[in-house]
Write a protein that binds this ligand. Sequence first.
Ligand code: ZN
Length: 196
Amino acid sequence: MVTRLPSGCVTGQDGDVDFAFVSGNPALDLAGTVGSRRDRPSDALTCPADLERWVAECAELPDRVTADATTFEAALSLREAVYRLALDRVLGRPFDPDSLEIVNRAAAGPMPAIRLSDSGVSTSGDLPAVLTQLARSAIALLADPDACLKECGRTDCTRIYLDRSRGARRNWCGMEECGNRVKAAAYRARKRARSS
Ligand SMILES: [Zn+2]
């Protein structure tokens, strides 16, 4: 379980938390809104307004949804179920039945509407429809035997991402998020070793 701040919204409107969309799949990006899951989990979604902002920023999802306490809890429950199933997949173990149930139930609802125009595809729908889309996206990913799911190589990160690179040789969830940080830390360590 992830501990969240008890009440209030300290992160939402002022945008001091940047969401990262680097996992290669929106459901994995949702799961990635909790970082450092093993040691000291940090949750970027602390209130319904955070979730509304996350959905708006996610390219595949509608620009505007409204979240209340119930849909917010449903989103967090789906998020944790997706994470658990993705981790099961990474570790090569059978899927957790409770998490399967949550994702399958979410996937059964109506999907957001999509419209094609010269400027591309626009998506519209409410938050339950968004959760359906995320659940289906997770299912398609988890059912794909060729999808290479990995946990980020930076120990603290714990984000699971889809490696689409040639030969699946990617090590980090994102260069900016983790790759550069690991390389900078290695550089500092080498420099310390040289000067001592
Ligand atoms: Zn990472």
